[in-house]
Design a protein. Sequence first.
Length: 141
Amino acid sequence: MKNWWKRFKQFVQLSSSDQLLLIRAFFVISAIQLGLKLLSFQTFRQLYSKLTQADKSKETPRLLIDRNIRAIQKVSGPLSAFCLPQALALTYFLRKDKHIDLIVGVRKSHTFEAHAWVEKNGTVLIGDLPDLDFQPIWTWH
């Protein structure tokens, strides 16, 4: 209970625009997680593609990208949202940016592992795992 109260006090101290961004991130990640659990991946992918369909002609300022990343990371812990929901949420927020790619990669060590991350012009924005080498198998533009 103390943890909840601490988060609430921190939330109240934020600016109204930061509060709105956190609320938005909370609902987007929650909807993504729900969709991934309830729908087949094919159905989810089709629905998500329709929701993120936009004229990709804009260049998102780095400051706005960083604010979105911080909001996503802040709400991801309490929601237990890991790499795929985070990457999908950031891609949703930056859906009009012409240089955003969501990438899913795999690696085989002792077990099969998968990971998702978002890149802009080859730079990882969210989902960076510098010590692990995942081979991209799918890129979502």
